[in-house]
Design a protein. Structure first.
Ligand code: S3P
Length: 425
């Protein structure tokens, strides 16, 4: 169903969202002044900066993408004067809860309509086990969360779901605990927190699927450049990959090995994606990615692969709509708890566009290729990654698709639409 779209050129994408969140939340805990360049200036990451400002942190914008953060020290935060608003950001409320659980004061954190429906029991339960007092709606499972922090004890916690947010929350709380905190992951999730805390001088050790952090008195400040976000790059990788004749270079993209599952699946589908100029920046692997359009074939994504591509599933569904055969993604039930139920959202949108697809409880299938019905109004359900996927699908197919609630794209990727339009003109 490929139209005549061809994309050529060289782009860079905004800073990594996960790493920007962590820089905004961790640097205020350091002793000394941090410099963070390449910061993602978007609604989600500004929620993390806002939370830390509410706790007394001095976060100055040297430019929209460069922060100068005066550290308050691990024990220098102050009780917030008002309810903290995490907006749409699960990362802010979940990782932030780990910091708040250790503070000798009361905090209340809430968020927008979507965030207030997202499960928080996964952090409330282990943080409570460490000694924090946390209340929330629906039996302490939903925001707002009311957190009375205090002295914490170490814990060994086997996470029921692979979640970097939960792991990070517990490791942060562990910096303040009376003894080490060990988190056992069912599958390895992104390790940005471990890398950043180690760079700040914390003692973080790993053995297989277990990671341990020791209690700590002081963190060193950060001086780093955030790499481009592979999860944002994914939309453009897919756009170029599904349009034969295209050739696109994405400069300076983070290629943390726990984030590259989507690239591996695209390669398996036949996409020509090469990485060059591999380097380490700010403790994270970075590369330039060169993608050339090709005919794609369907692929099967296994449950073990899901943590490494969890945020890329909507974009992969677009690739699947252009690929010959039936693509299946299983073991991805976590997608139902993201900014929207991403399984239901993608299947509803693709079906209305005439793409053959269906849901499983833990995933979905998409059968391609098929002509895309023009002029259909698709619902992003207020989810940035669904909105961007649909825009890429329309651009690649050369078919107008109207996307409801596309303003949510600013959650993670301000400038997405102009970058897209600049490429397909
Ligand atoms: C994130 C972890 C993932 C991911 C989210 C960002 C992080 O969520 O989906 O977009 O920055 O730690 P989970 O921790 O729920 O797996």
């Amino acid at each position: 169903m490929s139209g005549k779209t061809v994309v050529r050129g060289e782009i860079s994408v905004p800073g990594d969202k996960s790493i920007s969140h962590r820089a905004a939340m961790f640097a205020p805990l350091a002793t000394g002044v941090s410099r963070v360049r390449g910061f993602l200036h978007a609604e989600d990451t500004l929620s993390s900066a806002g939370m830390m400002r509410a706790l007394g942190a001095r976060i100055e914008e040297v430019s929209p993408t460069e922060l100068r953060i005066g550290g308050a020290g691990l024990r220098g935060l102050v009780e917030p004067a008002d309810v903290i608003d995490a907006g749409n950001s699960g990362t802010t409320i979940r990782i932030g809860s780990g910091i708040l659980a250790a503070q000798p004061f009361l905090s209340v954190v809430t968020g927008d309509r979507t965030l207030r429906r997202r499960p928080m029991g996964r952090v409330v339960e282990p943080l409570t086990r460490m000694g924090a007092s946390i209340w929330g709606r629906d039996g302490n499972r939903l925001p707002p969360l009311c957190i009375r922090g205090g002295p914490l004890r170490g814990v060994r916690y086997e996470m029921p779901v692979a979640s970097a947010q939960v792991k990070s929350s517990l490791l942060l709380a562990g910096l303040y605990a009376g003894s080490p905190v060990t988190v056992v992951e069912p599958a390895r999730s992104r390790d940005h927190t471990e890398r950043m805390l180690a760079a700040m001088g914390a003692k973080v050790s790993r053995s297989g699927n277990e990671v341990t952090v020791d209690p700590c008195e002081r963190l060193d400040p950060l001086d780093m450049t955030v790499p481009g976000d592979l999860s944002s790059a994914a939309f453009f990788l897919v756009l170029a990959a599904v349009t034969p004749g295209s050739s696109l270079t994405l400069r300076g993209v983070g290629v943390n090995p726990f984030r590259t599952g989507g690239v591996e699946v695209l390669r398996r589908m036949g996409a020509d994606i090469r990485s060059t100029g591999n380097r380490i920046e700010g403790g994270e692997p970075v590369a330039d990615l060169v993608v050339r359009g090709a005919a794609l074939a369907a692929a099967t994504v296994t449950p073990e692969e899901v943590p490494g591509l969890i945020d890329e599933v909507p974009a992969l569904c677009v690739a699947a709509a252009f690929a010959v055969g039936r693509t299946e993604i299983r073991g991805a039930e976590e997608l139902r708890f993201k900014e929207s139920d991403r399984i239901a959202a993608m299947v509803a949108a693709l079906s209305s566009l005439g793409v053959s697809c269906g849901e499983y409880a833990d995933g979905l299938w998409v059968e391609g290729p098929a002509p895309v019905r023009p002029g259909v109004l698709c619902d992003s359900r207020g989810d940035h990654r669904i909105a961007m996927s649909l825009r890429v699908l329309g651009a690649a197919a050369g078919v107008p698709i109207e996307v409801k609630d596309a303003a949510c794209i600013d959650t993670s990727f301000p400038g997405f639409q102009s970058l897209l339009e600049g490429l397909i003109r």
